[in-house]
Design a protein around this ligand. Structure first.
Ligand SMILES: C[C@@H](O)[C@H](NC(=O)OP(=O)(O)OC[C@H]1O[C@@H](n2cnc3c(N)ncnc32)[C@H](O)[C@@H]1O)C(=O)O
Ligand SMILES: [Fe+2]
Length: 541
């Protein structure tokens, strides 16, 4: 079978033919290079208009046989570019009289790594221009396990390089300069499995304006931004219990990012795969490869229903080409693995020790800082939370130089493995209580709540308006917590918690409803309202 792919979501006009029998992909690309500044939508569309017919023609000349289907990138991307590609694809499919397949560009960035690696159900990190997220296949969809709260990772780097006056794209220039730089410190922002680049980028611009050598800024930027992506990828591996990671997207061409991910995977005995650069940056090869899988699954589009979608999210795509056996949550963890993403928890009996071991992938100075800050903060906030009535382990000892805490053992299972509506509601009540005290947990996932399944069953409401269940669900792991009076931060806590349930439960909605009802009952309803706002703010323009 031969499938033609067409890509043109932003800067790369590209066509490719995928020959499934020979597993061979031939790609023809023509890049748009802005004369100044970043990508101008009108100029980019002009480029597509000129370049797409030529790359299609070259691809057909390469095909060595009849074409069975035409696949095109339907979104996300720049509207005017997508429309040109869509028209070209429709015309080609009609001209050849073959079916049309509409591919999600983000999913294509991930599937190409899965295809080339042969991994069954990896966790996927996409590090591209306009996006940054970690996904896993679950129950017929790609679930977003973590993502950027503001810009894509490539765009963040490109914005800094524009400030410095370098031409687009900036990512490769950051990589070159970083090789000659020394590490400088920038804000490090990971909230649960989500992360943000905007604070880092303004700090980088300020540092440059204040005379910090640009090489040092580039080095600090890479260490910080890629350290965050690697940490979140590790969290996703830990949350799902998987041991395979694939990388996708244009920023994946960066050798330092690949080195960090490979080192993280090696440290936890996971397999890592990054496709070669021609499949990482935007290219039609990945569109053709996923297009072939979709075509084989009967997932084709009627011309009348083939409109493009500039905001097409990867988790909207019905995944027709994968089986249930590939689910990211099947067969991974047996629930007894205490090797969390961040720390090792050891010990039998009534106490445990929790140690934040050095992470080989991180710059030494950043690693030392994060371990010190998180250990200190965790000890402080565990005690603060107890003070406002939230069950947490007692802190028996804090050893900051060794990044070790000695803690009371609590509960007999992770909430993840014992989900009930009453228990998730209890966590929501706990979050409302700590928010009322002016701080956030920072990482309230279903693995950071411990439940006691033994003892008397809940009998409804206890004294003080709280449910009896709330006394038996402990919050642990406050290492990412911090003091704040910003409603947005409180809403992010709820979002992380709901995200961890959406990422793992087959039918998450009743749990989400229970969380919001419980929070509203004892906490500030404005926080739930803000959560809605956050969810409605589109991030994929
Ligand atoms: C929606 C779609 O159009 C978009 N695609 C896209 O942005 O092109 P992509 O090829 O996936 O990524 C390009 C980004 O990748 C960065 N980049 C390229 N080489 C790099 C390197 N060596 N180090 C760091 N960044 C690099 C560029 O600076 C640019 O920001 C996307 O996937 O988000
Ligand atoms: Fe891309």
């Amino acid at each position: 079978m031969r499938v033609v792919g067409i890509e043109g979501t932003a800067w790369c006009a590209s066509a490719a033919v995928f020959d499934t029998e020979r597993d061979r992909v031939r790609i023809e690309s023509d890049a748009y290079e802005p004369e100044s500044g970043g990508i101008h939508p009108r100029e980019a569309a002009e480029h597509m208009r000129e370049a797409i017919p030529a790359v299609i023609e070259a691809t057909l000349a390469n095909a060595e046989g009849p074409i069975d289907a035409v696949a095109f990138a339907r979104g996300p991307g720049i509207g005017p570019c997508l429309r040109i590609v869509g028209s070209a694809a429709r015309a080609l499919a009609q001209g050849l009289d073959v079916p049309l397949v509409g591919v999600n560009h983000m999913v294509a960035h991930l599937e190409i790594g899965r295809h080339r690696s042969g991994f069954d159900s990896p966790v996927c990190l996409n590090a591209s221009g306009a996006n940054a997220h970690v996904l896993g296949y679950h129950n017929g969809r790609y679930r977003v396990l973590g993502e950027t709260m503001d810009t894509g990772v490539g765009n963040a780097l490109d914005k800094f390089t524009r400030h410095v006056g370098w031409s687009h794209p900036g990512g490769p220039k950051v990589e070159e300069h970083a090789k000659r730089g020394d590490y400088v410190e920038f804000p490090y922002v990971v909230k649960g499995m989500d992360f943000s680049f905007s604070g880092i980028m303004s700090a980088a611009k300020d540092a440059y304006d204040d005379g910090t050598p640009v090489e040092d800024v580039c080095c600090g930027l890479q260490e910080t931004v890629f350290g965050m992506l690697t940490e979140v990828a590790e969290r996703a591996l830990s949350l799902t219990g998987r041991d395979e990671l694939v990388l996708g997207g244009g920023v994946g061409q960066n050798a330092r990012l690949r080195e960090m991910l490979a080192s993280m995977c090696e440290q936890r005995d996971a397999d890592f795969y990054a496709p070669e650069p021609r499949f990482l940056r935007d290219n039609a090869g990945m569109i053709a490869v996923l297009g072939a899988k979709m075509y084989r699954a009967g997932d084709t589009l009627a011309i009348a229903e083939s409109a493009v979608n500039p905001d097409y999210r990867p988790d909207e795509v019905p995944v027709t080409w994968r089986g249930d056996a590939e689910d990211v949550l099947l067969g991974g963890s047996d629930g007894t693995d205490l090797r969390g993403a961040e720390a090792i928890v050891e010990g039998e009996g009534a106490t445990v020790t929790k140690t934040r071991r050095p992470k080989g992938y991180r710059h030494d100075a950043l690693d030392a800082r994060l371990r010190r800050e998180r250990t200190t903060q965790e000890a402080r906030l565990l005690s603060e939370a107890r003070r406002v009535g939230v069950p947490t382990p007692v802190v028996y000892d804090v050893d900051v130089p060794e990044s070790t805490l000695t803690l009371e053992r609590v509960g007999d299972a992770d909430l993840r493995d014992a989900l009930t509506e009453a228990r998730v509601a209890a966590v929501a009540e706990h979050l409302a209580a700590i928010h009322g005290a002016g701080f956030v947990h920072g990482d309230p996932t279903t693995r950071n709540a411990r439940v006691s399944r033994s003892g008397a069953e809940s009998d409804g409401t206890a004294a003080g308006g709280r449910t009896a269940e709330s006394d038996r669900v402990h919050l642990i792991d406050f290492g990412l917590g911090y003091y704040t009076d910003d409603v947005e931060d409180y809403a992010m806590d709820l979002r992380v918690f709901e995200g961890s349930i959406r990422g793992t439960a087959s039918d998450p909605e009743p749990f989400v409803a229970a969380i919001e009802a419980a929070y509203r009952a004892v906490g500030d309803p404005d926080v739930v309202a803000r959560l809605r706002e956050i969810e409605e703010r589109g991030r994929y323009q």
